[in-house]
Design a protein. Sequence first.
Length: 396
Amino acid sequence: MKNVVIIGGGIIGNFIAYYLSGRDINITVIDDQPSMLPASYGNCGLITPSHIMPLNRWSYIFQGLKWLGNKQAPLRIKPQPDTAFLSWFIAFTLYSNAFSRNKAANKRHRLLTGSWELYKHFFEDEQVNCNWKSEGVLYACSSEKGFKSLAEEAAFLDKFRLSNEILSKNELLQLESSLTDRVIGGAIFSIDGWLNPSELIDNLQKVNAQKGISYLQEYVLDFNTSERKIEHLETGAGKMDVCQVVIANGAKSPLLAKKLGIHLPIIPGKGYNITYHKKLENQPQRPVYMVEKKVVATPWESGFRLGSTMEFSGYDLKLDELRLSALKEASATYLKTDLKNEKYTPWAGWRPMTSNELPIIKTSKKYHNLIFATGHGMLGLSMAPMTGYIVNEMLQ
């Protein structure tokens, strides 16, 4: 029987395994993290078909350069003598034009809306409890500049017929009483939803295991190749024969590709969050995106999470207390939720960022039995089902 190995136990790797599970093959998911704890666990759980516009904008670049010395800024670029980062940054700027943005937006739209439909089928077919809700995400502004920017984004979404509504201050406060008087207006993007990502991955792994998929917590140390084919994987548990390999290891995918002499144009974008493990007083009823601070507050029945920020500092997972404090300060501006004296768990993880804000889902030119499915940036959760569906089609 054909052996397919998926390297990466995050949401992408798990959905690839899920869509491959109906075939007569042996599927193994390998990850070096305990209990498959990847970056997917630490995001804010938003499923956002509305996020079609890539980050490639000169305004973001200039703002990021202005924030170079500010450790609490939503975007932090740490100067680093790294040729991979420099080449990525140059490419990012080259993609910061209207033609490239619109081209990327159309491709992201297809992936995001496709995933949204697949999520609906997934939750109908499988008994998965992960606090899934499809009631929209609120966007709150505290400045006229932020409100104008949000209105422009909403107008862009109208071109794709993505449901959204600009809201006055009173309309916003009527929808969400936990917002403070500092907000001046906002929007609701009704097309968006949310869930608890750790609960989703835990349950998806159980579903996959019931379908016969194996999980192995080990490092992939090397690849044994012959001509244009990967023959074996060298792991901490020994050698594995493979017929097909899928690298879906998020921000660590370039490190694996390098062992094969392949360059993947992906760098890690570090994100932070703090999670409260109980329902808090005055926590919002649905997620709130704080436009100026680029921070998301996501409520669940079992708790509350604040997350976001983007830090380009290489493969570094140190927790910066200043950046964690910035999340709480942002919350105090937009929300009445009382965070004082509440215990929380801090977290940091890497997002796999590509320079054009499009994921890499393709067969390797160097090895015919190698597929890459990585580089989803901040949208891994939102694009995962469609990515799994596409990889399954590629292996037909």
